[in-house]
Design a protein around this ligand. Sequence first.
Ligand SMILES: Nc1ncnc2c1ncn2[C@@H]1O[C@H](COP(=O)(O)OP(=O)(O)OP(=O)(O)O)[C@@H](O)[C@H]1O
Length: 526
Amino acid sequence: MQLLNAPSTSSLTFHHSPTQSIGGINILNSLNFSCQRHARTLRESILAYGNSNLSTIVAKATSVEAGASSVSSETAEAEVTKALSQIIDPDFGTDIVSCGFVKDLHTSVASGEVSFRLELTTPACPVKDMFEKQANEVVAALPWVKNVKVTMSAQPARPIFAEQLPSGLQTISNIVAVSSCKGGVGKSTVAVNLAYTLADMGARVGIFDADVYGPSLPTMVSPESRILEMNPETRTIIPTEYLGVKLVSFGFAGQGSAIMRGPMVSGVINQLLTTTEWGELDYLVIDMPPGTGDIQLTLCQVVPLNAAVIVTTPQKLSFIDVAKGVRMFSKLKVPSIAVVENMCHFDADGKRYYPFGRGSGSEVVQQFGIPHLFDLPIRPTLSASGDSGTPEVVADPQGEVARIFQELGVCVVQQCAKIRQQVSTAVSYDKSFKAIRVKVPHSDDEFYLHPATVRRNDRSAQSVDEWTGEQKLQFGDIPEDIEPEDIRPMGNYAVSITWPDGFSQIAPYDQLQTMERLIEVPQLTH
Ligand SMILES: Nc1ncnc2c1ncn2[C@@H]1O[C@H](COP(=O)(O)OP(=O)(O)OP(=O)(O)O)[C@@H](O)[C@H]1O
C-alpha cells in the first residue's frame, strides 16, 4: 500500500498488525500512520502568507494588466478565490477560503464587479476589519476588477454538536465557565466584565450565575426587570436583560437565598440553565459556584462547556486551589484557556505594591501549559462599580480595567474559535486513504486508524458484555473493507461514528488513542 497525500514535511509511520489484546482493549487489527505535522505558528503564518503576500499579489496583478481582457467568467471566479486564499486566519493558521468563510461569490468580467460575503465564526472576531480590508485589497488588485463589494456576516449560533443537548442550549455557540476554587477572589467580577466586553465586541451574550448560595449577579448589574418570567405554555424561563446581555441568576428567581443540599442545588442549577429560552447566543458565560465539588462536577457534565477561565489571587496557597480546578476541567476534557490573577497589585505614591506576593499565576501557566495569563489590579472603582450595578467595562470603557478585559475578550474569542475548529475537524474519514484520521483536540497527537479496527474495538454494551467483559462482537462480524458513513464530534471528548449497518459508535478520543498506542509502530525512515 502506498502512502497517499502524505505531506512532504511529515514523518510517517505505517503498521499493519495482527490481533492483540492489551489493557482491556482488543486491538483486532490496525492500519496506523502517525503524522507529526510541522505546525506553523501564528506569526509565521501571517508572515508567510499575510502581509508579505499581499504586496506580492498587488505587484503581480498590476504587471499582468495587459492580459485582463482575456479573462473568462469561469477563470474570474477562480482568480478571485485564489486571491482570497492568500488571506490567512491567524487563529486557524489556514486561508479564509479553506475555512469556508467565502460565500455568495458573484463576478462580472464585463462590468468589473465582484461581490461576496465573508461569513466568520463569530461576530466578535477581533480580525474582522483586517479580513474586510485585505479581501478588498487582494481582489481589487486583479487587473479586470473595478469594483469590490464585501459584506461581513457571522455563522448562526449553534453548538458543535446539538442533537443530545437540552433544547435551551441548542442555539448557543460557545459556553465558557469562569471558575475559581475559593470564594471571594473576584470570579463574578471577571465573569460579568468579560461578558459585557464580549457584547461590546459585537457578540450576542448571556450570563448564567450558577452560585445558588450567594448569587452576585443581582448586585453587579441593574436590569429593569429583576424577576425571571416563565413562559406558561412551554414552561421555559425567559431571561432578564441588561444592556443587551441576557441574564439568569437564582437571585432573580424571587425566592431569596436558598437552604438546599448538594443534589437539590445541582437539580435547580441544571433546570434553570437548560430550561431557559436563551435564544441565539455566541457566548454564554457561566459564573461557576466556587470550588470543585459535586455541584461543579454535575454542572460540567450537563453543560457542554467549550472552555474555562480560571480566576485566582496571587497568594502561594492559591496555586494549590487553582491546580485542583485545572485538573477538574482537564478530566472533563474542558480546556482551561486563561488564568486571571486578580488583585495582583495597586499603585500608590508613584510606586507599585504587590500586597499578596507574586508569581503564583505564572506558575499555573507554566505547570499546566495554559496559554494566557491576565493580571487584574486592585481598583476601588472595580469594587464600587460591582456594587453599583454597572460593570466597570461599561462605566469606564476607555480605562485600564476595560483594556485588560478587551485582551481577555480577544483571547476568549480566539481560543473558542480554535477549539471549535479542532473539535469539528478532529476525526475525519480519508476516502482515498481508506483510513480514519484522528487529530486529537488540544494535543499534537495525529494518526490514522483502519476503519474496521475502530468498529471492531467498540466498547459499548452491544459489543462487550458489561458484566463479564466478554467480547460479543467477533472479528469476522465486521467486514475488512467497512467504511464509516458519518463522523460527528460529541463535545470535546468523543466522536460519534455511524456505520453502514446503522450502528452508531461513540468513540472517545482516549479510546482511539489507546488503539493507536497499543500497536508497535516501526518508524519509516525517508
Ligand atoms: N480587582 C479588584 N479590585 C477591587 N475590588 C475587587 C476586585 N476584584 C473583586 N473585587 C471586589 O471583591 C468582592 C468579591 O468579588 P466577587 O464577588 O467578584 O468574587 P467571587 O469570587 O465571585 O466571590 P463569591 O465566590 O463569593 O461569589 C466584590 O466586592 C468585588 O467588587
